[in-house]
Design a protein around this ligand. Structure first.
Ligand code: C5P
Length: 220
């Protein structure tokens, strides 16, 4: 199992500080909308220059041709993996999978901030678990490489099979969950079969990010 550290910060100097501190031990960093909107593609070059890998978590969702071109551009920039909403549909996923020299493609099922009422509001009457399974099957059929999912969903993704499992919402102990509702310890995530864990605040907000990262790596 591999550790991905989420660079949920707002500027290059904070990001570089973390990369420099952690790069000997951490291979993959995640950049999401927050940092990317603030600093743009220079963060891709910085991560590559440091010999690390980038999970560009921009959760793409648009018409198929636009997303396939975005995936192609990510490939040209040597991005290791990128995310896209499975609910963007089969054609969007298929066109992205078919891109030459592309990053790994990790699908988003149902956002963990959603509950059943939120789903109903946008016209989906299924239970969250059922909707996750529907989307995971589409991810598998279209050839995505993996799915980003909450602790609760690992089992569903494993049942569908053939997909790497990337799990955020990791905490070292049951306390201090921030705004994450379904949390797992690194050890439990490994036992449940996660291939990657995504850790943000427990590492980046700590007084000693390196020792927290090392203790996570030691645990797994
Ligand atoms: O700080 P924390 O460890 O909770 O950060 C988790 C990271 O994983 C954040 O960057 C967040 O965007 C991301 N994430 C998540 N839940 C999802 C998908 C991604 O927390 N379902």
């Amino acid at each position: 199992m591999k550790l991905i550290v989420a660079l949920d910060v707002d500027n290059i100097s904070a990001a570089e500080k973390l990369i420099n501190l952690l790069k000997k031990d951490v291979e993959i960093f995640k950049v999401g909308s927050r940092l990317f909107t603030s600093v743009g593609t220079q963060i891709i070059d910085i991560i590559n220059k440091n010999g690390c890998k980038l999970f560009l978590d921009l959760k793409y969702y648009d018409i198929p041709s636009v997303i396939a071109d975005a995936v192609s551009n990510a490939g040209k920039k040597k991005v290791f993996s990128t995310s896209l909403h499975i609910s963007g549909g089969r054609e969007m996923l298929k066109r992205s999978v078919d891109v030459k020299d592309r990053p790994l493609l990790w699908g988003i099922t149902v956002l963990t901030s959603f509950d059943e009422d939120n789903l109903k509001e946008i016209g989906i009457s299924k239970k969250i678990e059922e909707q996750v399974e529907v989307l995971a099957k589409i991810a598998k059929e279209t050839g995505l490489d993996g799915v980003v999912c909450s602790a609760k969903e690992i089992e569903i993704i494993k049942k569908v099979g053939g997909l790497k499992v990337i799990v955020p919402g990791i905490r070292l102990t049951a306390e201090g969950s921030d705004d994450q509702k379904r949390i797992l310890t690194p050890k439990k995530a490994k036992e449940f079969g996660a291939d990657y864990i995504v850790v943000g605040r427990p590492i980046i907000k700590s007084e000693d990010p390196l020792s927290v990262a090392r203790s996570i790596l030691k645990e797994v």
